[in-house]
Design a protein around this ligand. Structure first.
Ligand SMILES: Nc1ncnc2c1ncn2[C@@H]1O[C@H](COP(=O)(O)OP(=O)(O)OP(=O)(O)O)[C@@H](O)[C@H]1O
Length: 281
């Protein structure tokens, strides 16, 4: 494996928050890698440190100890200059559970994309308009939807806008923080399929934070399992889900009530990503 294949290299990441007079260790000794073309899942119960770990990877939170590199860039160093921030934006973009907070309620879909392209895109105005159309096509937003404000879109449509906006920056990877958790199961399936199609078209890799191991199973190749700030299990998603070594992981898996019937492929339209160990993807 060459250095170019390593998307994330994290070593001994630790994050301590002040809590009252004491402190709370949110992440302890997290060491993992994500390689090119292999989506990574981060799972764990609420409060286990998933988002804190992801925020350190994004450079949004400074670790108390440890190192994290994304495509060779040291994310523990604050990006101060405009050019450094733009470079960072092209490494990672984030999509949250409810994009309402990150979408400007007064902006139409098109104007939101226009703004991102004006900052991060290349080419002239005409090129950018073509790119807006291309992005909307890619995520399946109709002409009518492109002219609407976020409040006039459904949850699934808003998530498509958030994905288009992340893609407009042409990032190396997208971090999805519970990005389908608030959606109905059938819409979840559509968005997961969309993400797989987008990956095929653009080569963007995903880090997916989710408490839903069925979703993680469909989208990711490798997974890390977090408990009380520590990584307690990591490996190929197929192996970890099918033969968890930790009782904690088994409990997480079995606590998804629909896991079994969704695994059987009843969830229409979702490409089954989990493959038996040893077979090619
Ligand atoms: N800014 C902060 N200040 C103080 N404590 C924090 C801060 N951010 C997170 N924590 C604490 O760190 C721990 C890990 O939080 P984190 O949000 O990373 O967990 P999580 O696994 O993403 O949880 P959830 O699934 O509920 O989002 C929690 O106990 C949380 O209260």
């Amino acid at each position: 494996m060459s250095g170019n294949d390593i998307v994330i290299a994290a070593e001994g990441l630790r994050k301590v928050f002040k809590r009252g007079r004491g402190e709370h260790v949110a992440v302890e000794g997290a060491t993992f890698r994500m390689t090119r073309g292999r989506n990574l899942g981060i799972v764990g119960e609420s409060g286990s440190g998933k988002s804190t770990l992801a925020r350190m990877v994004m450079g949004l939170e400074r670790p108390s100890a440890g190192t994290v590199m994304v495509c060779g860039e040291d994310m523990t160093v604050r990006a101060v200059s405009r050019s450094a921030r733009k470079r960072r934006a092209k490494l990672t973009q984030m999509v949250y559970q409810d994009p309402f907070g990150s979408l400007d309620p007064r902006q139409t879909v098109e104007s939101a994309l226009r703004e991102v392209l004006a900052i991060h895109g290349t080419g002239d105005r005409r090129d950018r308009e073509l790119r807006i159309a291309e992005l909307c096509d890619l995520v399946g937003l109709t002409q009518q939807q492109r002219e609407r404000n976020p409040k006039d879109l459904s949850g699934g449509q808003r998530q498509r806008v958030a994905i288009a906006r992340a893609l407009a920056v042409e990032p190396r990877m997208i971090l999805l923080d519970e990005a389908v958790a608030a959606l109905d199961i059938s819409i979840q399936a559509q968005i997961l399929n969309l993400l797989l199609d987008v990956q095929e078209a653009t080569g963007t890799d995903y880090v997916l934070i989710s408490h839903d191991l069925a979703v993680v199973g469909h989208l990711t190749d490798d997974v890390i399992v977090m408990r009380e700030g520590r990584i307690v299990e990591q490996g190929r998603t197929a192996d970890v889900l099918e033969r968890p070594t930790e009782a904690y992981t088994r409990v997480l898996r079995d606590s998804v009530p629909s896991f079994e019937w969704r695994e059987e492929g009843v969830l229409e339209g979702i490409a089954r990503r989990v493959v038996p160990p040893g077979s090619a993807r």
